[in-house]
Design a protein around this ligand. Structure first.
Ligand code: AGP
Length: 615
Protein backbone atom coordinates (compact mmCIF):
# COMPACT_ATOMS: atom_id res chain seq x y z
CA UNK A 1 0.00 0.00 0.00
CA UNK A 2 1.22 3.52 -0.79
CA UNK A 3 3.28 4.15 -3.90
CA UNK A 4 6.82 5.45 -3.80
CA UNK A 5 8.74 6.85 -6.73
CA UNK A 6 12.04 8.73 -6.72
CA UNK A 7 14.87 9.77 -8.97
CA UNK A 8 18.27 11.43 -8.99
CA UNK A 9 19.68 12.60 -12.29
CA UNK A 10 22.41 14.63 -13.96
CA UNK A 11 20.21 15.23 -17.02
CA UNK A 12 18.11 18.24 -17.86
CA UNK A 13 14.70 16.73 -17.27
CA UNK A 14 11.46 18.21 -16.03
CA UNK A 15 11.85 16.50 -12.68
CA UNK A 16 8.41 17.47 -11.36
CA UNK A 17 6.77 15.93 -14.42
CA UNK A 18 8.83 12.71 -14.20
CA UNK A 19 7.98 12.34 -10.51
CA UNK A 20 4.32 13.04 -11.21
CA UNK A 21 4.23 10.41 -14.00
CA UNK A 22 5.94 7.96 -11.64
CA UNK A 23 3.34 8.18 -8.87
CA UNK A 24 0.50 8.34 -11.40
CA UNK A 25 1.60 4.89 -12.56
CA UNK A 26 1.39 3.69 -8.95
CA UNK A 27 -1.89 5.31 -7.99
CA UNK A 28 -3.52 1.86 -7.67
CA UNK A 29 -1.39 1.42 -4.52
CA UNK A 30 -3.26 4.18 -2.67
CA UNK A 31 -5.10 7.31 -3.70
CA UNK A 32 -6.17 9.37 -0.76
CA UNK A 33 -3.36 11.94 -0.89
CA UNK A 34 -0.07 12.55 -2.63
CA UNK A 35 3.02 14.72 -2.54
CA UNK A 36 6.39 15.39 -4.12
CA UNK A 37 9.59 16.86 -2.73
CA UNK A 38 12.24 18.23 -5.06
CA UNK A 39 15.74 19.29 -4.11
CA UNK A 40 17.74 22.10 -5.68
CA UNK A 41 20.33 24.66 -4.58
CA UNK A 42 20.56 23.25 -1.05
CA UNK A 43 16.80 23.51 -0.46
CA UNK A 44 13.79 21.23 -0.47
CA UNK A 45 10.47 22.22 -1.98
CA UNK A 46 7.38 20.20 -1.07
CA UNK A 47 3.94 20.17 -2.67
CA UNK A 48 1.36 17.86 -1.15
CA UNK A 49 -2.33 17.58 -0.35
CA UNK A 50 -5.20 15.16 0.08
CA UNK A 51 -7.23 13.90 -2.89
CA UNK A 52 -6.54 12.03 -6.12
CA UNK A 53 -3.33 12.83 -7.97
CA UNK A 54 -5.15 14.59 -10.83
CA UNK A 55 -6.98 16.92 -8.42
CA UNK A 56 -3.77 17.80 -6.57
CA UNK A 57 -1.94 18.30 -9.82
CA UNK A 58 -4.58 20.76 -11.03
CA UNK A 59 -4.37 22.67 -7.76
CA UNK A 60 -0.63 22.64 -7.05
CA UNK A 61 1.02 22.16 -10.47
CA UNK A 62 3.37 19.45 -9.29
CA UNK A 63 5.13 19.42 -12.66
CA UNK A 64 6.61 22.84 -11.90
CA UNK A 65 8.97 21.43 -9.27
CA UNK A 66 12.63 21.70 -10.36
CA UNK A 67 15.99 20.18 -9.41
CA UNK A 68 17.96 17.00 -9.90
CA UNK A 69 16.32 15.01 -7.11
CA UNK A 70 12.65 14.27 -6.51
CA UNK A 71 10.74 11.87 -4.26
CA UNK A 72 7.03 11.28 -4.81
CA UNK A 73 4.39 9.44 -2.80
CA UNK A 74 0.77 8.38 -3.22
CA UNK A 75 -0.85 7.42 0.07
CA UNK A 76 -3.25 4.86 1.52
CA UNK A 77 -3.78 6.18 5.03
CA UNK A 78 -2.92 4.07 8.05
CA UNK A 79 -1.86 6.47 10.84
CA UNK A 80 -3.85 9.69 10.68
CA UNK A 81 -6.65 10.62 8.30
CA UNK A 82 -5.94 11.50 4.68
CA UNK A 83 -5.33 15.24 4.95
CA UNK A 84 -2.59 17.57 3.77
CA UNK A 85 -0.54 17.41 6.99
CA UNK A 86 -0.50 13.61 7.09
CA UNK A 87 0.40 13.24 3.42
CA UNK A 88 3.99 12.48 2.51
CA UNK A 89 6.78 13.63 2.23
CA UNK A 90 7.46 14.28 5.92
CA UNK A 91 10.34 16.37 7.18
CA UNK A 92 12.46 16.89 10.29
CA UNK A 93 12.53 20.06 12.46
CA UNK A 94 14.96 21.84 10.12
CA UNK A 95 12.99 21.04 6.97
CA UNK A 96 16.19 19.75 5.35
CA UNK A 97 15.44 16.02 5.49
CA UNK A 98 12.45 14.58 3.65
CA UNK A 99 11.14 11.01 3.81
CA UNK A 100 8.49 9.06 1.94
CA UNK A 101 7.43 5.74 3.40
CA UNK A 102 5.31 2.69 2.66
CA UNK A 103 4.58 0.35 5.59
CA UNK A 104 4.08 0.77 9.32
CA UNK A 105 6.67 1.57 11.98
CA UNK A 106 5.27 -0.47 14.85
CA UNK A 107 7.31 1.12 17.65
CA UNK A 108 6.67 4.70 16.52
CA UNK A 109 4.89 5.71 19.76
CA UNK A 110 7.89 4.88 21.89
CA UNK A 111 10.31 6.52 19.41
CA UNK A 112 8.12 9.61 19.16
CA UNK A 113 8.00 10.00 22.95
CA UNK A 114 11.77 9.88 23.07
CA UNK A 115 12.10 12.43 20.26
CA UNK A 116 9.53 14.79 21.80
CA UNK A 117 11.42 14.65 25.11
CA UNK A 118 14.50 15.81 23.19
CA UNK A 119 12.59 18.80 21.83
CA UNK A 120 11.51 17.55 18.38
CA UNK A 121 8.27 19.03 17.11
CA UNK A 122 5.85 16.85 15.18
CA UNK A 123 3.34 18.17 12.69
CA UNK A 124 1.47 15.03 11.61
CA UNK A 125 -0.20 12.01 13.22
CA UNK A 126 1.80 9.59 11.07
CA UNK A 127 4.27 6.94 12.16
CA UNK A 128 6.48 8.02 9.23
CA UNK A 129 7.38 11.40 10.69
CA UNK A 130 9.63 9.83 13.33
CA UNK A 131 12.05 8.80 10.53
CA UNK A 132 13.25 12.27 9.42
CA UNK A 133 13.50 13.33 13.09
CA UNK A 134 15.64 10.30 13.95
CA UNK A 135 17.89 11.01 10.96
CA UNK A 136 18.14 14.64 12.08
CA UNK A 137 19.22 13.51 15.56
CA UNK A 138 21.87 11.22 14.15
CA UNK A 139 23.25 13.94 11.87
CA UNK A 140 23.39 16.30 14.83
CA UNK A 141 25.36 13.61 16.66
CA UNK A 142 27.99 13.77 13.89
CA UNK A 143 27.01 10.99 11.50
CA UNK A 144 27.01 11.43 7.76
CA UNK A 145 23.66 11.14 5.94
CA UNK A 146 24.17 7.48 5.03
CA UNK A 147 25.05 6.35 8.55
CA UNK A 148 22.30 8.51 10.02
CA UNK A 149 19.76 6.66 7.87
CA UNK A 150 21.23 3.25 8.66
CA UNK A 151 21.13 3.87 12.41
CA UNK A 152 17.59 5.20 12.11
CA UNK A 153 16.37 2.09 10.30
CA UNK A 154 18.01 -0.12 12.88
CA UNK A 155 15.76 1.47 15.53
CA UNK A 156 12.54 0.99 13.53
CA UNK A 157 10.45 -2.13 14.04
CA UNK A 158 7.78 -3.08 11.53
CA UNK A 159 7.67 -2.70 7.77
CA UNK A 160 9.10 -0.05 5.56
CA UNK A 161 10.04 0.87 2.05
CA UNK A 162 11.51 4.35 2.39
CA UNK A 163 13.23 6.93 0.25
CA UNK A 164 14.93 9.96 1.73
CA UNK A 165 16.86 13.02 0.60
CA UNK A 166 18.83 15.65 2.49
CA UNK A 167 19.02 19.25 1.26
CA UNK A 168 22.67 19.54 2.31
CA UNK A 169 23.62 16.40 0.42
CA UNK A 170 22.97 16.77 -3.32
CA UNK A 171 25.11 13.70 -4.18
CA UNK A 172 22.76 10.86 -3.40
CA UNK A 173 19.38 9.73 -2.18
CA UNK A 174 18.88 6.69 0.04
CA UNK A 175 16.30 3.97 -0.05
CA UNK A 176 15.75 1.17 2.43
CA UNK A 177 13.54 -1.85 2.66
CA UNK A 178 12.09 -4.19 5.23
CA UNK A 179 9.02 -6.15 4.12
CA UNK A 180 7.53 -3.35 1.98
CA UNK A 181 8.63 -3.66 -1.64
CA UNK A 182 10.99 -1.24 -3.35
CA UNK A 183 12.92 -1.66 -6.57
CA UNK A 184 15.67 0.25 -8.37
CA UNK A 185 16.18 1.00 -12.06
CA UNK A 186 19.26 2.60 -13.59
CA UNK A 187 19.84 4.55 -16.80
CA UNK A 188 23.59 4.17 -16.72
CA UNK A 189 25.56 7.34 -16.05
CA UNK A 190 22.40 9.45 -16.19
CA UNK A 191 19.54 8.72 -13.85
CA UNK A 192 18.68 6.35 -11.02
CA UNK A 193 15.10 5.59 -10.10
CA UNK A 194 13.35 3.82 -7.24
CA UNK A 195 9.74 2.71 -7.07
CA UNK A 196 7.50 0.44 -5.09
CA UNK A 197 6.32 -1.40 -8.18
CA UNK A 198 7.44 -2.30 -11.70
CA UNK A 199 4.97 -0.23 -13.81
CA UNK A 200 6.57 3.03 -12.62
CA UNK A 201 9.96 2.01 -14.02
CA UNK A 202 8.82 0.54 -17.35
CA UNK A 203 9.22 3.80 -19.35
CA UNK A 204 12.89 3.98 -18.30
CA UNK A 205 14.29 0.50 -17.98
CA UNK A 206 13.40 -3.17 -18.02
CA UNK A 207 16.30 -4.15 -15.78
CA UNK A 208 15.23 -3.84 -12.16
CA UNK A 209 17.12 -4.50 -8.97
CA UNK A 210 14.75 -5.97 -6.41
CA UNK A 211 15.68 -4.95 -2.89
CA UNK A 212 15.65 -7.56 -0.15
CA UNK A 213 14.79 -7.11 3.51
CA UNK A 214 17.31 -5.13 5.55
CA UNK A 215 18.91 -3.77 2.43
CA UNK A 216 19.78 -0.18 1.76
CA UNK A 217 20.72 1.50 -1.52
CA UNK A 218 22.62 4.68 -2.22
CA UNK A 219 21.40 6.13 -5.51
CA UNK A 220 23.63 8.55 -7.41
CA UNK A 221 22.86 9.74 -10.96
CA UNK A 222 23.01 6.56 -13.07
CA UNK A 223 24.70 4.42 -10.43
CA UNK A 224 23.76 2.48 -7.32
CA UNK A 225 25.42 0.77 -4.35
CA UNK A 226 23.61 -1.80 -2.25
CA UNK A 227 24.26 -2.59 1.41
CA UNK A 228 23.12 -5.34 3.72
CA UNK A 229 22.40 -3.60 7.04
CA UNK A 230 20.99 -6.58 8.94
CA UNK A 231 23.99 -6.77 11.28
CA UNK A 232 27.11 -4.89 10.37
CA UNK A 233 26.97 -2.78 7.20
CA UNK A 234 28.20 -4.77 4.18
CA UNK A 235 28.47 -3.67 0.56
CA UNK A 236 26.68 -6.30 -1.57
CA UNK A 237 26.49 -7.24 -5.25
CA UNK A 238 23.05 -7.48 -6.80
CA UNK A 239 22.08 -8.58 -10.28
CA UNK A 240 19.24 -6.85 -12.13
CA UNK A 241 16.23 -8.90 -13.22
CA UNK A 242 14.88 -8.52 -16.71
CA UNK A 243 11.19 -7.56 -16.72
CA UNK A 244 9.44 -8.83 -19.82
CA UNK A 245 6.41 -6.52 -19.62
CA UNK A 246 5.77 -3.91 -22.32
CA UNK A 247 5.34 -0.32 -21.29
CA UNK A 248 2.03 -0.31 -23.25
CA UNK A 249 0.72 -3.07 -21.02
CA UNK A 250 0.56 -0.58 -18.16
CA UNK A 251 -1.38 2.01 -20.25
CA UNK A 252 -5.15 2.18 -20.79
CA UNK A 253 -4.70 1.75 -24.54
CA UNK A 254 -7.98 3.36 -25.59
CA UNK A 255 -10.16 1.75 -22.90
CA UNK A 256 -11.98 4.01 -20.50
CA UNK A 257 -10.70 2.07 -17.49
CA UNK A 258 -7.94 -0.40 -16.70
CA UNK A 259 -10.53 -2.81 -15.31
CA UNK A 260 -12.31 -3.09 -18.66
CA UNK A 261 -9.03 -3.35 -20.55
CA UNK A 262 -7.81 -6.07 -18.22
CA UNK A 263 -11.03 -8.09 -18.58
CA UNK A 264 -10.57 -7.97 -22.35
CA UNK A 265 -6.93 -9.01 -21.94
CA UNK A 266 -7.94 -12.25 -20.22
CA UNK A 267 -7.73 -14.49 -23.29
CA UNK A 268 -4.24 -13.22 -24.14
CA UNK A 269 -3.01 -13.51 -20.54
CA UNK A 270 -4.35 -17.05 -20.34
CA UNK A 271 -2.78 -18.11 -23.63
CA UNK A 272 0.59 -16.89 -22.32
CA UNK A 273 0.05 -18.67 -19.01
CA UNK A 274 -0.74 -21.91 -20.84
CA UNK A 275 2.91 -21.85 -21.92
CA UNK A 276 4.31 -22.25 -18.37
CA UNK A 277 7.18 -24.71 -18.72
CA UNK A 278 6.05 -28.31 -18.01
CA UNK A 279 9.24 -28.93 -16.01
CA UNK A 280 8.15 -26.24 -13.54
CA UNK A 281 4.64 -27.67 -13.29
CA UNK A 282 6.21 -31.06 -12.68
CA UNK A 283 8.05 -29.78 -9.58
CA UNK A 284 4.71 -28.73 -8.10
CA UNK A 285 2.99 -31.95 -9.15
CA UNK A 286 5.72 -34.16 -7.69
CA UNK A 287 5.66 -32.47 -4.28
CA UNK A 288 1.88 -32.41 -4.11
CA UNK A 289 1.65 -36.02 -5.15
CA UNK A 290 3.97 -37.21 -2.42
CA UNK A 291 2.53 -34.98 0.34
CA UNK A 292 0.28 -36.36 3.04
CA UNK A 293 -1.25 -32.98 3.80
CA UNK A 294 -1.77 -30.11 1.42
CA UNK A 295 -2.98 -26.59 2.21
CA UNK A 296 -3.69 -23.63 -0.01
CA UNK A 297 -3.71 -20.08 1.31
CA UNK A 298 -4.30 -16.60 -0.08
CA UNK A 299 -6.39 -13.43 0.35
CA UNK A 300 -9.32 -11.89 -1.50
CA UNK A 301 -9.58 -12.78 -5.16
CA UNK A 302 -6.50 -14.98 -4.92
CA UNK A 303 -8.32 -16.93 -2.20
CA UNK A 304 -11.34 -17.47 -4.45
CA UNK A 305 -9.02 -18.56 -7.27
CA UNK A 306 -7.55 -20.97 -4.71
CA UNK A 307 -11.02 -22.35 -3.90
CA UNK A 308 -11.56 -23.12 -7.58
CA UNK A 309 -8.01 -24.45 -7.96
CA UNK A 310 -8.14 -26.73 -4.92
CA UNK A 311 -11.34 -28.26 -6.28
CA UNK A 312 -9.64 -29.04 -9.60
CA UNK A 313 -6.39 -30.29 -8.05
CA UNK A 314 -8.16 -32.39 -5.40
CA UNK A 315 -10.06 -34.13 -8.15
CA UNK A 316 -6.86 -35.39 -9.79
CA UNK A 317 -4.79 -35.72 -6.64
CA UNK A 318 -7.23 -37.98 -4.84
CA UNK A 319 -6.61 -36.03 -1.63
CA UNK A 320 -8.52 -33.19 -0.08
CA UNK A 321 -6.74 -29.84 -0.05
CA UNK A 322 -7.57 -27.52 2.81
CA UNK A 323 -8.06 -23.90 1.80
CA UNK A 324 -7.41 -21.44 4.64
CA UNK A 325 -7.49 -17.67 4.39
CA UNK A 326 -3.96 -16.44 4.97
CA UNK A 327 -4.93 -14.16 7.86
CA UNK A 328 -6.35 -17.21 9.69
CA UNK A 329 -3.58 -19.61 8.76
CA UNK A 330 -1.44 -19.37 11.86
CA UNK A 331 -4.34 -19.10 14.34
CA UNK A 332 -6.17 -22.10 12.92
CA UNK A 333 -3.16 -24.36 12.42
CA UNK A 334 -1.20 -23.33 15.48
CA UNK A 335 -1.11 -26.77 17.04
CA UNK A 336 -1.90 -28.94 14.09
CA UNK A 337 0.18 -28.02 11.05
CA UNK A 338 2.08 -31.17 10.09
CA UNK A 339 5.86 -30.93 9.82
CA UNK A 340 5.93 -32.27 6.30
CA UNK A 341 2.90 -30.50 4.84
CA UNK A 342 2.96 -28.80 1.45
CA UNK A 343 1.49 -25.30 1.26
CA UNK A 344 0.44 -23.57 -1.93
CA UNK A 345 0.40 -19.78 -1.52
CA UNK A 346 -1.32 -17.69 -4.18
CA UNK A 347 -0.81 -13.94 -4.51
CA UNK A 348 -0.99 -11.70 -7.55
CA UNK A 349 1.35 -9.11 -6.07
CA UNK A 350 3.45 -11.55 -4.08
CA UNK A 351 3.49 -8.87 -1.37
CA UNK A 352 0.27 -9.41 0.61
CA UNK A 353 1.58 -9.29 4.14
CA UNK A 354 -0.84 -11.85 5.59
CA UNK A 355 0.05 -14.38 2.90
CA UNK A 356 3.76 -13.80 3.44
CA UNK A 357 3.34 -14.08 7.19
CA UNK A 358 1.42 -17.36 6.90
CA UNK A 359 4.16 -19.08 4.90
CA UNK A 360 6.98 -17.51 6.86
CA UNK A 361 5.45 -18.74 10.10
CA UNK A 362 4.96 -22.21 8.63
CA UNK A 363 8.54 -22.34 7.37
CA UNK A 364 10.10 -21.04 10.57
CA UNK A 365 8.23 -23.52 12.75
CA UNK A 366 8.24 -26.63 10.58
CA UNK A 367 11.58 -27.50 9.05
CA UNK A 368 10.30 -29.92 6.40
CA UNK A 369 7.42 -27.84 5.13
CA UNK A 370 7.49 -27.06 1.43
CA UNK A 371 6.11 -23.80 0.09
CA UNK A 372 4.89 -23.61 -3.49
CA UNK A 373 3.86 -20.15 -4.62
CA UNK A 374 1.96 -18.75 -7.55
CA UNK A 375 2.41 -15.05 -8.25
CA UNK A 376 2.34 -12.58 -11.10
CA UNK A 377 5.40 -10.63 -9.98
CA UNK A 378 8.94 -11.86 -10.60
CA UNK A 379 11.16 -11.36 -7.56
CA UNK A 380 8.27 -10.45 -5.23
CA UNK A 381 8.60 -11.25 -1.51
CA UNK A 382 6.57 -14.44 -1.74
CA UNK A 383 9.16 -15.95 -4.07
CA UNK A 384 11.83 -15.55 -1.41
CA UNK A 385 9.97 -17.70 1.09
CA UNK A 386 9.07 -20.37 -1.45
CA UNK A 387 10.75 -23.59 -2.46
CA UNK A 388 9.28 -23.31 -5.96
CA UNK A 389 7.37 -20.55 -7.70
CA UNK A 390 5.22 -20.40 -10.81
CA UNK A 391 4.81 -17.00 -12.42
CA UNK A 392 1.45 -16.33 -14.04
CA UNK A 393 1.72 -14.43 -17.29
CA UNK A 394 -1.01 -11.83 -16.79
CA UNK A 395 1.29 -8.84 -17.32
CA UNK A 396 0.77 -5.73 -15.21
CA UNK A 397 -2.64 -5.43 -13.61
CA UNK A 398 -3.34 -1.82 -12.70
CA UNK A 399 -7.07 -1.92 -11.88
CA UNK A 400 -7.43 -2.41 -8.14
CA UNK A 401 -10.00 -5.13 -8.76
CA UNK A 402 -8.17 -8.29 -9.79
CA UNK A 403 -9.58 -9.68 -13.05
CA UNK A 404 -7.12 -11.18 -15.51
CA UNK A 405 -4.86 -12.32 -12.68
CA UNK A 406 -7.75 -14.36 -11.24
CA UNK A 407 -8.06 -16.19 -14.58
CA UNK A 408 -4.34 -16.85 -14.82
CA UNK A 409 -4.23 -18.13 -11.22
CA UNK A 410 -7.09 -20.59 -11.75
CA UNK A 411 -5.53 -21.64 -15.03
CA UNK A 412 -2.15 -22.26 -13.40
CA UNK A 413 -3.77 -24.34 -10.66
CA UNK A 414 -5.66 -26.31 -13.33
CA UNK A 415 -2.40 -26.97 -15.18
CA UNK A 416 -0.90 -28.31 -11.96
CA UNK A 417 -3.97 -30.53 -11.54
CA UNK A 418 -3.57 -31.99 -15.02
CA UNK A 419 0.16 -32.53 -14.49
CA UNK A 420 -0.77 -34.54 -11.38
CA UNK A 421 -3.33 -36.50 -13.39
CA UNK A 422 -0.61 -37.44 -15.91
CA UNK A 423 1.73 -38.46 -13.11
CA UNK A 424 -0.78 -40.58 -11.17
CA UNK A 425 -2.24 -42.41 -14.18
CA UNK A 426 -5.54 -42.93 -12.36
CA UNK A 427 -7.65 -41.76 -15.26
CA UNK A 428 -7.33 -42.83 -18.89
CA UNK A 429 -4.93 -40.88 -21.11
CA UNK A 430 -7.75 -40.04 -23.54
CA UNK A 431 -9.64 -38.38 -20.72
CA UNK A 432 -6.61 -36.36 -19.68
CA UNK A 433 -6.23 -35.26 -23.32
CA UNK A 434 -9.82 -34.09 -23.36
CA UNK A 435 -9.33 -32.08 -20.17
CA UNK A 436 -6.23 -30.47 -21.72
CA UNK A 437 -8.12 -29.71 -24.90
CA UNK A 438 -10.94 -28.07 -22.93
CA UNK A 439 -8.52 -26.07 -20.78
CA UNK A 440 -6.68 -24.80 -23.86
CA UNK A 441 -10.00 -23.73 -25.35
CA UNK A 442 -11.04 -21.63 -22.32
CA UNK A 443 -9.35 -18.42 -23.61
CA UNK A 444 -11.32 -18.76 -26.88
CA UNK A 445 -14.57 -19.30 -25.00
CA UNK A 446 -13.91 -16.12 -23.01
CA UNK A 447 -12.95 -14.19 -26.15
CA UNK A 448 -16.17 -15.16 -27.87
CA UNK A 449 -18.23 -14.31 -24.80
CA UNK A 450 -16.63 -10.88 -24.38
CA UNK A 451 -17.01 -10.03 -28.05
CA UNK A 452 -20.72 -10.75 -28.07
CA UNK A 453 -22.08 -9.86 -24.66
CA UNK A 454 -21.22 -6.32 -23.62
CA UNK A 455 -24.61 -4.87 -24.61
CA UNK A 456 -26.41 -7.79 -23.02
CA UNK A 457 -24.61 -7.26 -19.70
CA UNK A 458 -25.28 -3.51 -19.80
CA UNK A 459 -29.00 -4.24 -20.23
CA UNK A 460 -28.98 -6.63 -17.28
CA UNK A 461 -27.21 -4.04 -15.13
CA UNK A 462 -29.90 -1.49 -16.05
CA UNK A 463 -32.50 -3.92 -14.84
CA UNK A 464 -30.68 -5.01 -11.69
CA UNK A 465 -29.60 -1.70 -10.36
CA UNK A 466 -33.09 -0.80 -9.20
CA UNK A 467 -32.46 -3.28 -6.39
CA UNK A 468 -30.03 -2.73 -3.59
CA UNK A 469 -29.03 -6.29 -2.64
CA UNK A 470 -28.94 -9.64 -4.31
CA UNK A 471 -27.37 -13.07 -4.20
CA UNK A 472 -25.01 -15.03 -6.40
CA UNK A 473 -25.79 -18.68 -5.71
CA UNK A 474 -24.04 -21.83 -6.86
CA UNK A 475 -23.01 -25.35 -5.88
CA UNK A 476 -19.75 -27.28 -6.08
CA UNK A 477 -16.86 -25.61 -7.84
CA UNK A 478 -19.06 -22.68 -8.86
CA UNK A 479 -19.27 -21.46 -5.26
CA UNK A 480 -15.80 -20.02 -5.94
CA UNK A 481 -17.24 -18.20 -8.98
CA UNK A 482 -20.17 -16.90 -6.92
CA UNK A 483 -17.86 -15.61 -4.19
CA UNK A 484 -15.47 -13.95 -6.62
CA UNK A 485 -18.35 -12.41 -8.58
CA UNK A 486 -19.83 -11.11 -5.32
CA UNK A 487 -16.48 -9.64 -4.27
CA UNK A 488 -16.15 -7.81 -7.62
CA UNK A 489 -19.57 -6.21 -7.22
CA UNK A 490 -18.92 -5.24 -3.62
CA UNK A 491 -15.57 -3.63 -4.31
CA UNK A 492 -16.20 -1.76 -7.55
CA UNK A 493 -19.96 -1.16 -7.54
CA UNK A 494 -20.38 -0.68 -3.77
CA UNK A 495 -23.38 -3.01 -3.65
CA UNK A 496 -23.90 -5.68 -1.04
CA UNK A 497 -23.95 -8.87 -3.04
CA UNK A 498 -23.49 -12.17 -1.32
CA UNK A 499 -21.82 -15.07 -3.11
CA UNK A 500 -23.14 -18.15 -1.33
CA UNK A 501 -23.81 -21.85 -1.57
CA UNK A 502 -27.22 -22.37 -3.20
CA UNK A 503 -27.91 -25.31 -0.91
CA UNK A 504 -26.85 -23.50 2.24
CA UNK A 505 -28.85 -20.37 1.38
CA UNK A 506 -32.04 -22.00 2.60
CA UNK A 507 -30.57 -22.23 6.09
CA UNK A 508 -31.10 -18.51 6.66
CA UNK A 509 -30.37 -16.13 3.75
CA UNK A 510 -33.52 -17.21 1.90
CA UNK A 511 -35.54 -15.19 4.40
CA UNK A 512 -34.37 -12.04 2.59
CA UNK A 513 -36.16 -13.03 -0.61
CA UNK A 514 -39.26 -11.00 -1.61
CA UNK A 515 -41.11 -10.50 -4.87
CA UNK A 516 -38.56 -9.41 -7.51
CA UNK A 517 -35.44 -10.00 -5.34
CA UNK A 518 -32.73 -10.85 -7.90
CA UNK A 519 -30.73 -14.05 -7.56
CA UNK A 520 -28.01 -14.91 -10.03
CA UNK A 521 -27.48 -18.67 -10.32
CA UNK A 522 -24.17 -19.87 -11.68
CA UNK A 523 -25.20 -23.06 -13.38
CA UNK A 524 -22.70 -25.01 -15.46
CA UNK A 525 -24.14 -28.44 -16.34
CA UNK A 526 -21.91 -30.33 -13.92
CA UNK A 527 -22.78 -32.96 -11.29
CA UNK A 528 -24.52 -30.32 -9.16
CA UNK A 529 -26.89 -29.19 -11.92
CA UNK A 530 -29.97 -31.24 -11.01
CA UNK A 531 -29.87 -30.21 -7.39
CA UNK A 532 -29.33 -26.61 -8.44
CA UNK A 533 -32.62 -26.81 -10.36
CA UNK A 534 -34.26 -27.58 -7.02
CA UNK A 535 -32.64 -24.50 -5.50
CA UNK A 536 -33.77 -22.33 -8.41
CA UNK A 537 -37.34 -23.57 -7.83
CA UNK A 538 -37.16 -22.74 -4.11
CA UNK A 539 -36.18 -19.15 -4.82
CA UNK A 540 -38.60 -18.82 -7.71
CA UNK A 541 -41.46 -20.02 -5.49
CA UNK A 542 -40.75 -17.09 -3.17
CA UNK A 543 -40.95 -14.49 -5.91
CA UNK A 544 -37.21 -14.23 -6.64
CA UNK A 545 -36.17 -12.83 -9.99
CA UNK A 546 -34.01 -15.59 -11.48
CA UNK A 547 -30.99 -14.63 -13.55
CA UNK A 548 -28.92 -17.57 -14.70
CA UNK A 549 -25.46 -18.05 -16.07
CA UNK A 550 -25.61 -21.19 -18.20
CA UNK A 551 -23.91 -22.81 -21.19
CA UNK A 552 -25.21 -22.08 -24.73
CA UNK A 553 -27.38 -25.16 -25.16
CA UNK A 554 -28.86 -25.13 -21.68
CA UNK A 555 -32.62 -25.53 -21.71
CA UNK A 556 -33.85 -26.40 -18.25
CA UNK A 557 -32.49 -23.66 -16.02
CA UNK A 558 -32.67 -21.18 -18.89
CA UNK A 559 -36.39 -21.90 -19.15
CA UNK A 560 -36.92 -21.31 -15.43
CA UNK A 561 -35.07 -18.00 -15.55
CA UNK A 562 -36.27 -14.45 -16.08
CA UNK A 563 -32.92 -13.48 -17.60
CA UNK A 564 -30.24 -15.77 -18.99
CA UNK A 565 -26.58 -15.14 -19.76
CA UNK A 566 -25.13 -17.80 -22.05
CA UNK A 567 -21.51 -18.90 -21.95
CA UNK A 568 -20.44 -20.29 -25.33
CA UNK A 569 -18.96 -23.59 -24.23
CA UNK A 570 -19.86 -27.24 -24.76
CA UNK A 571 -21.79 -29.02 -22.01
CA UNK A 572 -19.14 -31.64 -21.27
CA UNK A 573 -17.56 -32.65 -17.98
CA UNK A 574 -14.19 -31.60 -19.43
CA UNK A 575 -15.29 -27.97 -19.81
CA UNK A 576 -17.42 -27.95 -16.66
CA UNK A 577 -14.40 -28.51 -14.47
CA UNK A 578 -12.93 -25.26 -15.78
CA UNK A 579 -16.12 -23.23 -15.58
CA UNK A 580 -14.65 -20.91 -12.89
CA UNK A 581 -12.58 -19.58 -15.79
CA UNK A 582 -15.22 -19.29 -18.46
CA UNK A 583 -18.08 -18.06 -16.24
CA UNK A 584 -16.23 -15.32 -14.33
CA UNK A 585 -15.92 -12.69 -17.12
CA UNK A 586 -19.73 -12.28 -17.14
CA UNK A 587 -19.67 -11.36 -13.45
CA UNK A 588 -16.63 -9.11 -13.86
CA UNK A 589 -18.39 -7.21 -16.66
CA UNK A 590 -21.52 -7.00 -14.54
CA UNK A 591 -19.50 -5.42 -11.72
CA UNK A 592 -17.75 -3.05 -14.11
CA UNK A 593 -20.95 -1.73 -15.70
CA UNK A 594 -22.70 -1.55 -12.33
CA UNK A 595 -19.86 0.70 -11.12
CA UNK A 596 -20.19 2.89 -14.21
CA UNK A 597 -23.95 3.10 -13.75
CA UNK A 598 -23.44 4.16 -10.12
CA UNK A 599 -20.99 6.87 -11.20
CA UNK A 600 -18.04 5.15 -9.49
CA UNK A 601 -14.47 4.80 -10.73
CA UNK A 602 -13.98 1.01 -11.04
CA UNK A 603 -10.20 1.42 -11.11
CA UNK A 604 -10.10 3.09 -7.70
CA UNK A 605 -12.69 1.60 -5.38
CA UNK A 606 -13.38 3.43 -2.16
CA UNK A 607 -10.99 2.69 0.75
CA UNK A 608 -9.00 0.07 -1.16
CA UNK A 609 -5.47 -0.30 -2.46
CA UNK A 610 -4.24 -2.98 -4.78
CA UNK A 611 -1.59 -4.46 -2.54
CA UNK A 612 -2.32 -4.92 1.12
CA UNK A 613 0.94 -4.71 3.03
CA UNK A 614 -0.53 -4.12 6.49
CA UNK A 615 -2.11 -6.68 8.83
C1 AGP B 1 -9.19 -8.19 -5.64
O1 AGP B 1 -10.11 -7.63 -6.49
C2 AGP B 1 -8.91 -7.44 -4.45
N1 AGP B 1 -8.54 -6.11 -4.72
C3 AGP B 1 -8.16 -8.14 -3.33
O2 AGP B 1 -9.09 -8.97 -2.74
C4 AGP B 1 -6.88 -8.96 -3.65
O3 AGP B 1 -7.20 -10.07 -4.41
C5 AGP B 1 -6.21 -9.38 -2.33
O4 AGP B 1 -5.84 -8.24 -1.63
C6 AGP B 1 -5.04 -10.31 -2.52
O5 AGP B 1 -4.00 -9.71 -3.22
P1 AGP B 1 -2.79 -10.55 -3.80
O6 AGP B 1 -3.34 -11.46 -4.82
O7 AGP B 1 -1.87 -9.51 -4.37
O8 AGP B 1 -2.19 -11.29 -2.66
Amino acid sequence: MCGIFGLITNQNVNIGKVALDGISRLEYRGYDSCGIVSQSNGKLEIKKDSGKIREIQEKLHLEKLTGKIALAHTRWATHGPPNKINSHPHTDCTGDIAVIHNGIIENFMELKKDLVSKGHEFKSETDTEIIPHLIEDNIKAGMNFRDAVIQTLKRCRGAYGIATCYAKNPEYIIIGRKESPIIVGIEEGKTSYCASDIPALLPYTKNCYIMGDDELAILKPGEVEFYDISNSVKLIEKQPQLIKWDVDAAEKGGYEHFMLKEIFEEPKAMKKTLKIAPKNLKKFATLLNSAENVYITAAGTSFYASLAGKFIISRFLGKYIQAIECSEFQTQLNNSLEDDAVIIAVSQSGETVDTIEAIRWAKENHSNIKILSITNIVGSSITRYSDHTLITQAGPEIGVAATKTYCTQVLTLALIGLEIAKMRKQIPDQDIDKYYKALKETPNVIEEFLNKNVENIKRIVDNLEKNANYFFLARGISIATAKEGGLKLKEVACRFIEGYSAAHAKHGPISLVREGFPIIFIAPPDETYERLIGNVMEFKARGGQIISLVVSDDETIAELSDITIKIPQPATKYYNLFSPLTFIPALQLLAYYAAIKNGLDPDKPLNLAKTVTVH
